[in-house]
Ligand binder design. Sequence first.
Ligand SMILES: [Zn+2]
Ligand SMILES: [Zn+2]
Ligand SMILES: [Zn+2]
Length: 226
Amino acid sequence: MSVSCDCDGVCGVGCLCILSNGAVCDDRGCLESFDRAVLYECNSQCTCSRTCPNRTVQNGSNAPLQVYRAGAKGLALRTLSHLPAGKFICEYFGQVVRKKEALIREGLQNTNWIFVLREHISARNEVLCTYIDASQSFTLAKYMNHSCDANCAVFPVRVETIVPRLAIFALRDIDAEEELTLDYSGGGGGGGGGEIQSATYHQSRITCLCKSDKCKGYLPHDPKLF
Ligand SMILES: [Zn+2]
Ligand SMILES: [Zn+2]
Ligand SMILES: [Zn+2]
């Protein structure tokens, strides 16, 4: 539910936004809860300051991120300093497109940058799909590789609009220099559960290079994604 508050300074106890929807992040910029289905930040109608912790995602991340070459995996993303569990890492920016357009673009792109977010709207018992194409965007998130034991996940956060922002948070403490990964099958991502379609998911059986103990051997493969 999109509400607004009339707080002075930073929001806290008594804030109408937080009372209605819960806080998205605490004052360290870390996710308050990993299993809340819908996350709303303060919006332009709110009178709180720009530094309100309930504006963490809209204010952008300060995590020190770096794109680097990770051997056979190609490009990858890592953090240069320790990140605590729940830390907001970055946003998967892109152009929101309709399903029909997403299908066309998917066919044209060599590497598929279209993120499909599926949200289960329990009140209406339906699945809301949002398609976000990052091919033309400079988002660092698109360099995150798949891992079967990912240390990050995507959580849909709404600020002003029905269309959510794809906010990526740390699922656990992450060491400096550690690679940041997502589970492309959508695992770990709170109530939403997003799925980045890998470039090659149409071809069956792509070897997974995550090297985690939980590696399933292959990248997620779901021919019914769209
Ligand atoms: Zn606020
Ligand atoms: Zn407030
Ligand atoms: Zn507010």
